[in-house]
Write a protein that binds this ligand. Structure first.
Ligand code: PMP
Length: 441
């Protein structure tokens, strides 16, 4: 393309995005009014950054099964699944029933309960690396505590993490280290580059307490690990006297025993969150008994781990029935296969349409990217044009499908084959309608 043609193409994308935003706003007067009001009390009308999008964010008034309804009465098939926490859909009767029953027995108890033992037993039975577990209120907290545990256990201070990694709002490396990250000394390596990580680890063996890694880069773009990458980290951490922490907050759903079960790699510590709380606030960190024993309060000099709501009644009750009744190992395997099939279908659709898009991910966790080039690390996404993903997001909303503005999806159990087929058709239509906007190479 000549420079003038490139500029004209870019202007055409800007115009299309602008028009799509105007169309979104025109059809949502009640949502717009709520956004205006929200801005008087919440900075930018927002209390969770990821939910913001232009011109103003969607507000969901109610949700049932896999259907969301916004404040203006528009309905959407939900393919975002609460950024993977909504695996059970919005109204699973087993989960809701267990929560209501538990809450009726008393909301806040200020004491241990039997249910936290049941959930801990179910979590330990499910994930091979977890001999002992502790609960938190979020995945962020789980990772902060896992890092703290590793630092105390090894007597070393720094953390090796990966560009594009996301371990919570205070451990966010999706666009380099976030300015609000916890002030740990963090070394960053390229995801899927085993030699680079191993040489960093070797060089800093005296100071690295742990390697913190997602077995698939989640928020960083659903980028699967290459064969051998995680196995190399497993042996290199052992040699360096550092702990290997798998952040499975997202990926624990992608197989009967989490992604670690599928890969047959056992980290020292695993962090969990999202759907395992059945839709309520949740996080957990667990692993080797000797590492976790540091938190045994009966021990002299035990590490403290506080949290008023760590064992809250709603999360414990919902989490237990979710893991044992709604998402037992065989369902996890089937759901993972269904997600793999959808991803392949999307890729086939893009290929057939001849457009430079692709879907990446593992099982029921997927992301659409506006590039056809291989995606192995976060830097490979530099050419994926965010404006095109925003356009896809807004066009899908108009057709009644909800994904994340960045192209991310987490499939719930209540999506029907018809929902998924309709979604693929909608994507295909958008690829055709907007054909002039897609890059030619
Ligand atoms: N780790 C991973 C891999 C995540 O995807 C997330 C949330 N997107 C977190 C940690 C943080 O979890 P939470 O939002 O519950 O703090």
């Amino acid at each position: 393309m000549t420079e003038a043609a490139t500029r004209a193409h870019s202007d055409a994308i800007d115009d299309a995005v602008e028009q799509a935003r105007e169309r979104f706003a025109a059809r949502r007067p009640l949502t717009a009014a709520l956004h205006d009001r929200a801005q008087r009390f919440l900075p930018g009308g927002n209390t969770r950054s990821v939910l913001y999008h232009k011109p103003f964010p969607l507000r969901i008034a109610r949700a049932r099964d896999a259907i969301l309804e916004d404040e203006d009465g528009h309905r959407y098939v939900d393919l975002l699944g609460e950024y993977s926490a909504g695996l059970y859909g919005h109204s699973d009767q087993v989960v809701l029933g267990a929560m209501v029953e538990a809450l009726r027995e008393g909301v806040s108890r200020g004491a241990h309960t039997g249910r936290e033992v049941d959930l801990a037993e179910a979590v330990c039975a499910r994930f091979a690396s977890i001999e002992r577990v502790r609960f938190t209120n979020s995945g962020t907290e789980a990772n902060l505590m896992a890092v703290a545990a590793a630092r105390a256990f090894t007597g070393k201070g720094s953390v090796l993490a990966f560009r594009g990694g996301y371990h919570g709002g205070l451990l966010n490396f999706t666009a380099g280290p976030s300015p609000v990250n916890a002030p740990y000394d963090v070394l960053l390596a390229e995801y899927n580059d085993a030699p680079a990580a191993m040489s960093l680890l070797h060089e800093h063996a005296g100071s690295v307490a742990c390697v913190l890694v997602e077995p698939m880069l989640g928020s960083g773009g659903c980028i699967p690990r290459d064969y051998g990458f995680l196995a190399a980290l497993r042996s290199a951490t052992e040699e360096a006297g550092a702990l290997l922490i798998f952040d499975e907050v997202m990926t624990s759903r992608t197989g009967a025993g989490g992604l670690q079960g599928r890969l047959r790699i056992t980290p020292d510590v695993t962090t969990l969150g999202k759907y395992i709380g059945g839709g309520s606030s949740f996080g957990a960190f667990g692993g080797r008994a000797d590492v976790m024993a540091q938190f045994d309060p009966a021990r002299t000099g035990a590490l403290p781990h506080a949290g008023t709501f760590n064992n809250n009644v709603a999360s414990m009750a919902a989490g237990l029935v979710g893991l044992t009744q709604v998402y037992p190992p065989d369902v996890a395997e089937r759901h993972t296969a269904a997600g793999d099939a959808l991803r392949e279908e999307l890729c086939a659709t893009f290929r057939a349409a001849g457009v430079p898009f692709q879907a990446t991910g593992v099982g029921s966790l997927l992301a659409i990217h506006a590039t056809a080039a291989p995606v192995r690390s976060r830097s490979d996404l530099a050419s994926s044009e965010p404006r095109l993903l925003e356009l896809l997001f807004l066009d899908l909303l108009e057709r009644g499908y909800y994904i994340a503005p960045r192209g991310y999806m987490a499939l719930s159990l209540v999506l029907t084959p018809a929902d998924l087929a309709g979604f693929v058709r909608a994507v295909d239509e958008i690829m055709m309608t907007r054909a002039a906007l897609w890059p030619t190479s």
